[in-house]
Design a protein around this ligand. Structure first.
Ligand code: ADP
Length: 171
C-alpha cells in the first residue's frame, strides 16, 4: 500500500489539499451532488469564473481558483454517464483522472483530493470506478505529477471499496 494515497470519509469542500476535483457536468456551471456542494462552499465567484471557461467535454479538465474554499484550486472534470460499459466509459473516466493530474502539475498543486467521479448521479459502478481511480493515482505518483492523493468518500461503503482496492497490488 502506498502511503502517498489516503482515503477519508467526508466532505470534499473542507479538504485542505492544494487542489480539489469537482465531478462537474459539461456546462461547468454547477449542478447537483458534489458539484452543487463545491459551488455553495466556494461562493458565487466560482460560478463567475466558470462562466469564462466555455464548458468542457467529458473526460477533459479545467482549473479555477478555489475562492472561499480551503483549497487553492478546483479542477473541474465531467465524468462519463454510465451506459452499461460499452460506450467508452472506462477510457473517459481514466481521462478525467489523467487530465486532472496533468492540470495539477501545471498549476503546481502537489496535493489533490478527488471525489468518486461519476459514481453518483452518473451511476458508474463504484468497484469499477475505484479500480480506475486507484490505477491512475498510482501512475501519477510514479510519474511525480503530484506528491499526495486523497480520495474523499461520502459514504463508509465507498471508502471500504477504496481501501480494498488500495490493498491490492498494482495492476
Ligand atoms: P456524478 O454526476 O459524477 O456521478 P455526483 O456528485 O452525483 O457526481 O456523485 C459523485 C459522488 O460524490 C457520490 O458518491 C456522492 O455521494 C458524492 N458526494 C456528494 N456530495 C459530496 C461532498 N460534499 N463531498 C464528497 N463527495 C460528495
Amino acid at each position: 500500500m502506498d502511503g502517498r494515497i489516503t482515503v477519508v470519509e467526508g466532505d470534499i469542500t473542507s479538504q485542505d489539499t492544494d487542489a480539489i476535483v469537482n465531478a462537474a457536468n459539461t456546462t461547468l456551471l454547477g449542478g447537483g451532488g458534489v458539484d452543487g456542494a463545491i459551488h455553495r462552499a466556494a461562493g458565487p465567484e466560482l460560478l463567475a469564473e466558470c462562466r469564462t471557461l466555455g464548458g468542457a467535454q467529458t473526460g477533459e479538465a479545467k482549473v479555477t481558483r478555489g475562492h472561499r474554499l480551503p483549497a487553492r484550486y478546483v479542477i473541474h472534470t465531467p465524468g462519463p454517464v454510465w451506459h452499461g460499459g460499452r460506450s467508452n466509459e472506462a477510457e473517459l473516466l481514466a481521462s478525467c483522472y489523467r487530465n486532472s493530474f496533468a492540470l495539477a502539475q501545471d498549476v503546481g498543486a502537489r496535493t489533490i483530493a478527488f471525489p468518486t467521479i461519476s459514481t453518483g448521479i452518473y451511476r458508474y459502478p463504484i468497484e469499477q470506478a475505484t479500480a480506475i481511480a486507484v490505477r491512475e493515482a498510482r501512475r501519477a505518483l510514479a510519474a511525480e505529477l503530484v506528491q499526495k492523493v486523497r480520495f474523499v468518500c461520502f459514504s463508509h461503503r465507498d471508502a471500504e471499496v477504496y481501501r480494498r482496492e488500495l490493498a491490492t497490488r498494482p495492476r
